[in-house]
Design a protein. Structure first.
Lengths: 316, 438
């Protein structure tokens, strides 16, 4: 029992950190520019594919640096040559642009690497156990992932709270005219924010690509959960995103380990549901099966109880 | 703002023109009679084309309901297929009940779909419509994923990925009609499509419908004159969900099978593409988008496996260059044609068409070569494109295609000012004539 709890907790934390790495860039872009970036999970996917390709050419450690930079450059180009032009048509047009971009990135990935999953294995340089617990080895790359995620959190927090650039970026969100009147190039700040956000997603992809199956549908699989994290944490709050990621990561990992259903609970209180009753099918669903539902149920519950999210300061 | 106004053609806004069209009974009678004789047009007599027409009809109702949401009320949803899919499930379960002996005629099945759509629309709408804009978009996405995950879980009800089936032919026969043939089902779909379109136009002309537009344009002002925007959004959302459910019921009737992907995000994305490519500013756009995209889906997938890529590029082109969609472009040209200043514009188009054609041909060639290499390596290096057989293992096809793209891009940049100048000239001309008359 202790073994299950320890490993569920460890895996939950790692999954939560993965969610945080992806959602931090998304919440950064959203809070700075008010743009809901549907292509964000696609940037994560590009990070995974790029690192796979670059690792094959020149090794893993250079890939860890080059792949996020490449993804950041793609993000900057998307902002400069696409998003900026639809900006004046309002937020709906911006969302639709990123939605279309996500669609095209999937097709691009299919065109270059094919439809089937690629063998994105943990490279030999980081494939060794970090420690052994209950006879099970805990891999080093998960430890690396934890370190990178925590470093990312510290970087974002300090960069935006403690540096001059962060001050200018925060001011550019609420008072763009004033900031540009003071001599700052606001459009360039937006390109920079988009590039940083995308690069963070790309970095998450390099590390997270090992934990998930690297295939063209991985963006579609991860994207909605990342959106849930951003809403539950509170739109635009980095700390909120961190807490929400850990919450969803841990809860979902524990749920997968639970092999009980409503039927078992009812049996415990001596209520029998006959197999031909219309409620039998619903009550026979195991918690483990219902695990994919949990983030979305959390989203709905959060909207009823606290619409602004855990640490959000505003309603919209 | 319409694009026509941007470049100076002074005329009535397309919405006004369309409102006059849609309220004229002659237009409705005309549309109904066209639909009546359409399956007997030369070339449309086969079961395949009648099935395509039926698909277009279903897509049109679905896209219209989406246009009611996005275009008229300003709610961008990424989960509209939830109501379509649940309506389809209600329809297929009613059909199974009819197969088992329930005395209900098959053409009434869409009513069950509409009822399910309305019920779930009210249930989820009461939660999601509290906010508009970006947050609404996010939540609609979450609800879509929630319902898809739930549907995959209740296999007995939904049939999972394989789906559940029913037989539309096994039910009470009305006036000797069995509804088993594609022609009969086409007429059922056409009837429901015209009725839904008329009802949606009628809804927009009620005070609530007008308030939807007011809430879209400025929720705060709508509140000042005494209307609760949340309530208005809720009503619009429920009505849109009802018609999406009706489209789902038609889907069940047409295909006789419904699977879990009917509620999924792919279908929600597809209806968004249809409505937006067609143009969400008016109802004509949704119908146009549904017809064009359905046709593209069916016909492009015959020619190329990369059709989704082309659809995505088409969508991006509309988002970037034609925010009013195909309908906006169409209405712009209808107005131009009426002013009589269209010859100069046509000439400019003819000049710009050469580089545009080169650009498209080069891009298509590049995409096809790449796509073939990545997804069908077993097909070998020989590729036949535009009637030309090429060997993709040599660099020549790549160089030729890249050359076409570069030439097209450069030449298009240089010739496009001709087109905008011709449009500006046409606008000036019309204005001068208008002044001379008055």
């Amino acid at each position: 029992m202790l073994e299950i709890i320890t490993f569920s907790l460890l895996n939950g934390v790692v999954y939560g950190l993965l969610l945080f790495m992806v959602s931090s860039g998304l919440t950064l872009i959203f809070s700075m520019m008010g743009v809901l970036n549907f292509a964000h999970a696609s940037m994560f996917m590009l990070g995974a594919y790029f690192s796979y390709q670059i690792s094959r050419w020149i090794g893993f450690w250079p890939a860890l640096v080059i792949a996020p930079l490449l993804v950041g450059a793609i993000g900057a180009a998307a902002e400069r040559f696409g998003l900026r032009h639809v900006h004046r048509q309002g937020h709906v047009a911006e969302i639709l642009f990123t939605f279309g971009l996500a669609y095209l990135i999937v097709e691009f990935v299919v065109m270059v690497w094919g439809r089937n999953p690629i063998e994105n294995q943990v490279p030999a340089t980081i494939d060794f156990p970090l420690f052994t617990l209950f006879g099970t080895r805990y891999p080093f790359y998960k430890g690396l992932m934890t370190a990178i995620a925590l470093a990312m959190f510290a970087f974002l927090y300090l960069a935006f709270r403690r540096t001059r650039l962060g001050l200018v970026i925060r001011a550019a969100l609420t008072h763009p005219q004033m900031v540009s009147a003071l001599g700052h190039d606001v459009p360039r700040i937006f390109v920079l924010v988009f590039a940083i956000g995308s690069a963070l997603a790309g970095l998450a992809g390099v590390i997270g690509g090992f934990a998930l199956l690297t295939e063209p549908s991985m963006a579609q699989a991860l994207g909605p959960i990342v959106f849930v994290v951003v809403v539950v944490g509170g739109l635009g709050s980095i700390s909120g995103a961190f807490i929400a990621s850990m919450l969803i990561g841990i809860v979902q990992t524990f749920a997968v380990a639970l092999d009980y259903s409503l039927l078992d609970l009812l049996r415990l209180v001596r209520v029998a549901v006959p197999p031909d009753s219309p409620f039998y099918e619903i009550s026979a669903i195991k918690i483990a099966q219902a695990a994919p539902l949990i983030p979305y149920l959390l989203l709905v519950a959060m909207l009823i109880v606290r619409p602004r999210g855990l640490l959000g300061t505003r309603e919209t | 703002m319409t694009r026509g106004d941007d470049i100076g053609v002074p005329s009535r806004a397309p919405e006004v023109v369309l409102r006059q069209w849609t309220t004229s009974y002659r237009v409705w009678l005309g549309a109904a009679s066209v639909l009546l004789v359409l399956p007997f047009f030369p070339g449309l007599g086969s079961d395949f084309s009648r099935s395509l027409l039926s698909q277009m009809g279903i897509a049109a109702v679905f896209a219209l309901s989406y246009s009611l949401l996005l275009g008229q009320t300003g709610l961008l949803s990424f989960g509209h297929a939830v109501y379509f899919g649940l309506g389809a499930y209600a329809g297929i379960h009613l059909m199974r009940a009819i197969n088992a002996g329930l005395p209900v005629p098959m053409p009434l099945v869409p009513i069950a779909g509409a009822a399910a759509g309305l019920a779930f629309g009210m249930l989820f709408g009461s939660l999601t419509t509290r906010r508009a804009g970006v947050v609404f978009a996010l939540i609609s996405l979450g609800v879509g994923e929630l319902v898809l995950a739930a549907m995959r879980m209740v296999q007995g009800f939904s049939g999972g990925e394989e789906g559940i089936t029913a037989d539309r032919g096994a039910g009470p026969h009305v006036f000797g009609l069995t509804f088993a043939s594609q022609l009969e089902i086409y007429y059922v779909i056409a009837f429901w499509a015209v009725l839904s379109a008329a009802l949606m136009v009628a809804f927009l002309r009620t005070p609530v419908g007008r308030m939807c537009n007011a809430v879209r344009d400025n929720a705060e002002r709508a509140e000042f004159i005494g209307y609760d925007p949340v309530r208005v959004r809720f009503i619009a959302f429920s009505v849109a969900a009802m018609f999406a459910g009706l489209a789902g019921g038609l889907h069940a009737l047409n295909y006789e099978i419904v699977a879990a992907d009917a509620v999924g995000p792919a279908r929600s994305g597809a209806v968004l593409l249809m409505a937006y490519i067609g143009g969400v500013a008016n109802f004509l756009g949704a119908i146009l988008g549904a017809v064009v995209i359905t046709w593209l889906q069916v016909s492009l997938s015959d020619y190329t496996t990369a059709w989704q890529l082309y659809l995505g590029l088409f969508f991006m082109a509309v988002v970037l260059f034609a925010p009013n969609g195909l309908a906006g472009l169409l209405l712009m040209h209808v107005r131009l044609f009426r002013t009589g200043a269209w010859i100069a514009v046509l000439k400019a188009y003819a000049i710009a068409a050469v580089p545009a054609g080169a650009l498209v041909a080069g891009a298509v060639a590049l995409l096809e070569i790449n796509y073939r290499r990545a997804t069908q390596p077993e097909a070998g290096p020989q590729l036949k494109l535009f009637g030309v057989t090429m060997d993709t293992s040599t660099p020549w096809p790549w160089l030729a295609a890249s050359g076409l793209v570069i030439f097209g891009l450069v030449a298009l940049r240089r010739s496009w000012p001709l087109v905008t100048a011709a449009w500006r000239h046409a606008g000036d001309e019309t204005r001068r004539r208008g002044e001379a008359r008055s």
